[in-house]
Design a protein around this ligand. Structure first.
Ligand code: GLC
Length: 439
């Protein structure tokens, strides 16, 4: 199908301006009415192509919620008038940690550490601007502080690999990756507070996590709260402690950016380099799975790799982690998908029994993931495949609109509607803008 790129850009900009609130952008109206961490990172990359002040404001609003321990929370509740999202600021009660800001209110967990590479993207879009240089200088120590948080609180064995204790931190809420660990939780429903989900009143329940998963999410959230969200008790008690492939690849990619920017700013980058070296080396040895021919996560509580092919395992390309030989294996995984009539990039192994083409992170294509994998494939010189990753996304958006995620099965394109979840989605818009404008 022919894709009208000028039209796509216009529509995408309109979505971002409609989703703009007081200085920050919500992911989509209704379903996600606050500021989300990594969503805002991608949004500011998109914005930096045409409205640099809006890109600055996006990031400044996000870090206004940073905790004293360095953590940038996964949600910033700038306004308390919205009632369409659970769990809200009261339920999180971040004040259990004395280093959480009173204003704005925030959640108690974090998300993929994208800000380092986001800062580099913004800088590269305007390498000669004094204003951008000033912004990079202002943000740099805050973002380094957020990396210090990861290494200090989330790497108990000092391996250079950080853990998450909640699926929401991974950014891939209900991926089948988490099922095994979540199912080791001995969940007593009667001990959970009564709560009311809001998401299934807005989006189709068949495209969202199940109610059992939601109980598990609430359980882990309360476990975090019990320990002030950063206490040692989390490592001791949580059944869910995962060294995630995506979190660690993004951290490494952002370290790389902070090292580059730090040198330009004249900062001492010794600590970052030390973290970086150890992280890259542990990633290669601990997270590569020879049988799957792909990277995967590691379950720190149950001391085993997660035996699944999943989209996070492709993100090391973006961080330049794989050797040429390993990169080739990842490339052939993607080529097989193309040959088998799938649009790139499904979020889970299409041949696995847990693959679900509609349900959120259990199969569909996600725009911001395509953005990272596109850039990763280009780093390795796989430009043809990178172009497919980009064009597939543009085709999906042209056909269905700027949805949150999409069906990966090519054969349904002409017969069904293949855009799922929230509509007029911000990171879909910003990914489209950046993919087209950086051509
Ligand atoms: C969902 C996604 C997460 C995203 C959030 C807001 O929770 O899984 O990655 O940040 O929605 O879009």
């Amino acid at each position: 199908m022919s894709i009208n790129k000028t039209d796509l850009i216009q529509k995408a900009k309109k979505i971002l301006s409609n989703n703009l609130r007081a200085g920050f952008t919500i992911p989509t109206d209704g379903l996600y009415p606050f500021q989300w961490n990594w969503d805002s990172g991608f949004v500011s990359i998109g914005l930096s192509n045409y409205d640099i002040d809006a890109a600055f404001s996006e990031i400044r609003s996000l870090v206004s919620g940073q905790w004293e321990n360095g953590m940038v929370p996964h949600i910033i509740f700038h306004s308390q008038n919205e009632t369409t999202y659970f769990p809200n600021w009261d339920f999180w009660d971040a004040a259990v940690n004395p280093g959480a800001p009173h204003n704005p209110k925030t959640s108690g967990i974090t998300q993929p550490p994208v800000l380092g590479f986001v800062l580099e993207w913004i800088f590269n879009n305007h390498p000669n601007s004094q204003k951008v240089f000033g912004f990079v200088k202002e943000m740099y120590p805050k973002i380094v502080g957020s990396h210090r948080f990861w290494y200090q609180y989330r790497d108990p064995h000092e391996e250079g690999l950080v853990f998450i204790y909640h699926p929401w931190e991974s950014g891939r809420d209900n991926s089948p990756l988490w099922d095994d660990a979540l199912n080791t939780i001995d969940l007593d429903r009667a001990k959970l507070p009564i709560y009311k989900r809001r998401d299934t009143t807005i989006a189709d329940a068949s495209e969202r996590p199940t109610s059992k998963q939601y109980d598990q999410y609430v359980y882990l959230m309360l476990l975090g709260k019990k320990h002030g969200y950063d206490g040692q008790g989390i490592v001791e008690e949580s059944e869910f402690l995962i060294q995630d492939s995506l979190i660690n690849a993004v951290l490494i990619r952002s370290n790389e950016s902070l090292i580059k920017l730090g040198k330009i700013l004249g900062e001492d980058v010794g600590q970052l380099q030390e973290w970086q070296q150890q992280s890259i080396s542990s990633y290669g040895t601990k997270l590569w799975n020879e049988e799957l021919e792909m990277y995967t996560g590691y379950d720190l509580r149950h001391e085993k790799q997660l035996p699944y092919r999943e989209i996070g395992g492709l993100t090391p390309l973006f961080a330049n982690i794989p050797s040429a030989e390993k990169a080739l294996k990842i490339k052939s995984y993607l080529e097989t998908l193309v040959n088998n009539n799938y649009l790139l990039v499904p979020s889970f192994d299409v041949e696995h029994k847990l693959y679900d083409p509609k349900r959120y992170w259990r199969g569909p294509v996600w725009p911001q993931m395509n953005w990272m994998i596109y850039n990763g494939l280009n780093r390795y010189g796989y430009t043809d495949l990178a172009t497919i990753v980009k064009e597939n996304l543009l085709e999906l958006v042209s056909r269905y609109g700027f949805y949150e995620y999409f069906d990966a099965q090519k054969q349904i394109l002409d017969t069904n509607h293949g855009g799922y979840g929230g509509d007029k989605f911000s990171w879909t818009a910003s990914s489209v803008i950046d993919l087209i404008l950086s051509e």
